[in-house]
Design a binder for this molecule. Structure first.
Ligand code: HEC
Length: 465
């Protein structure tokens, strides 16, 4: 537990360091990264006293000190800083230790001592996992896509923008957020194929070619497709590149519940990246806001948000599995595999339709989902599925507001358990998870449109004692 909170402090400290980037202030870097162990006035704590001029491990010379800080003394509990802080910062903190100039950090800097994100302490993750704020500069953050360079593109619905989120010195703290496109109509989806960024607006899909080279320069976009139905209800669309190189996109039902089977609604489509060969992939889907393909089978899994106004506890939102084209998932006749619709379900049977792979709970509003393919998390997470639940808007007791872990075995769902909980406490909301993505180091990003943040989740194996 102590270990976990130290890690948490480190992560918070790392997040804080983005605030003071310009002039490199060794004292500030010390306070953000080292004080948790060595004490605010270098008096020692978990780490040794650095104020008494009794150097035990290293010569009091800059080069040696830099080398030691870079490499740490990991077995004894002193982290290696070379992957966390860049050269300039390590040099600055070494200078500070050699010549602290009697800086009393408590007296001079007590205001910035305050934890900028105290609410993170209310979030609950499994042992060994920590959560930090990757950036808090992405208003209304929705879908994310991580480009090969590590830049994260984030759709922002209410601002009508797409942001590029950049960690240029790879210290896992975002240093820049750039607006790539603006003036868009409720863009909630972004995806990437062969150097191009695709953005899905309410009634249009656009693409920016060569995005990694152009995102800083207000790039122009081309329209891929703009002949979608103009209905606003469930008109917002996500978009995802499938393993077949096609773009997958939904057209939601333009209602709470209605039978538009003979029209383009309540279906998932796919098309080529140039907009050609637009075709139905799956049917009977009220409003899907998340697609993911299982890494070994390459089969589609998607979330569906079920109808409202049948009470607090039904029907359940769905996780569905569509291994092939043409399957029908029941809407508007049968909800969550078992509940016939009071109006449209007459003379129908739920057996006619493909049941959900899992019922995720009523009104939880599952949005983005992603399979874990990285290697930072323990082996048991490999190829398992994470689902962001945005949370209920019309249920007496709020539900959802979490990231769930869906454990699978042989292509079937075994269990649905909380992975990040605590974004809701009674009526108090601390965040609304929208999408899940992974950085190249295997850490997880979670977008939150409520506070306009991306969170980063990392795993550190507990130390053997
Ligand atoms: C998680 C706790 C922790 C953090 C954070 C930490 N240290 Fe340490 N540090 C230690 C421990 C424990 C030792 C003793 C290592 C040993 O005995 O080998 C140590 C030793 C040192 C020493 C050697 C002191 C000597 O007398 O030889 C220096 C210098 C040092 N740390 C600098 C830093 C700097 C600079 C930072 C921040 C960038 C930092 N430490 C952050 C735990 C920490």
């Amino acid at each position: 537990m102590i270990f976990r909170s130290v890690i948490m402090c480190l992560m918070l400290a790392a997040a804080m360091s983005s605030i003071a980037t310009e002039a490199i202030d060794g004292a500030a870097i010390y306070k953000q990264n080292c004080a948790a162990c060595h004490g605010l006035n270098r008096e020692g704590g978990v780490g040794v006293n650095l104020a008494d001029k009794v150097w035990l491990k290293v010569k009091p010379e800059k080069d040696d000190l830099v080398k030691f800080i870079n490499q740490g003394s990991v077995a004894a509990g002193m982290p290696a800083w070379q992957s966390v802080l860049d050269k300039e910062k390590i040099a600055a903190v070494a200078e500070f230790l050699l010549n602290p100039a009697a800086t009393n950090l408590v007296a001079t800097n007590s205001a910035s001592k305050a934890d900028p994100y105290p609410e993170l302490k209310k979030l609950i993750l499994p042992a060994g996992f920590s959560i930090s704020v990757y950036t808090d500069q992405v208003e209304n953050a929705r879908a994310m896509v991580v480009a090969p360079s590590g830049v994260v593109f984030v759709a922002s619905r209410t601002t009508g923008k797409v942001f590029a989120v950049i960690d240029s010195n790879k210290d896992y703290v975002v240093d820049k957020v750039i607006t790539v496109a603006e003036g868009l109509d409720s863009p909630i989806g972004v995806t990437y194929i062969n150097g191009a960024l695709f953005i899905s607006e309410r009634f249009r899909v656009v693409r920016i070619d060569n995005i990694e080279k152009t995102y800083t320069k207000h790039p122009v976009f081309k329209v891929v497709k703009d002949d979608f139905p103009q209905d606003k209800w469930h008109g917002e669309k996500i978009i995802k590149a499938g393993p077949d190189g096609k773009l997958y996109i939904p057209i939601g039902a333009p209602c709470n519940v209605c039978d538009k089977e003979s029209e383009p609604f309540a279906k998932i489509y796919r098309m080529n990246p140039d907009g050609s060969d637009f075709e139905v992939y799956a049917k009977g889907i009220r409003n899907s806001v998340g697609f993911a393909w299982e890494p070994t089978t390459k089969e589609l899994w998607f979330t569906d948000n079920n109808r409202d106004l049948m009470g607090d506890n039904m029907p359940s939102c769905e996780l569905n599995h569509a291994p092939k084209a043409g399957m029908h998932f029941g809407f508007p006749y049968c909800h969550s595999g078992v509940v016939l619709d009071p109006e449209f379900g007459k003379d129908r049977s739920c057996n006619e339709f493909i049941p959900p792979a899992a019922n995720l709970g009523p009104h939880v509003a599952p949005l983005g989902l992603a399979f874990y393919e990285g290697s930072q998390f323990p082996e048991q997470y490999k190829n398992q599925l994470f689902v962001a639940e945005h949370g209920s808007w019309n249920r007496t007791q709020k539900i959802g507001y979490r990231v769930e872990l869906i454990t699978m075995f042989n292509n079937q769902v075994v269990s649905d358990t909380p992975f990040i909980e605590g974004f809701v406490h009674g009526d108090e909301v601390l965040g609304r998870p929208v999408d899940v993505a992974f950085l190249a180091d295997g850490s997880m990003l979670v977008s939150d449109d409520y506070l306009g943040r991306l969170y980063r989740v990392t795993y550190t194996a507990p130390k053997k004692i």
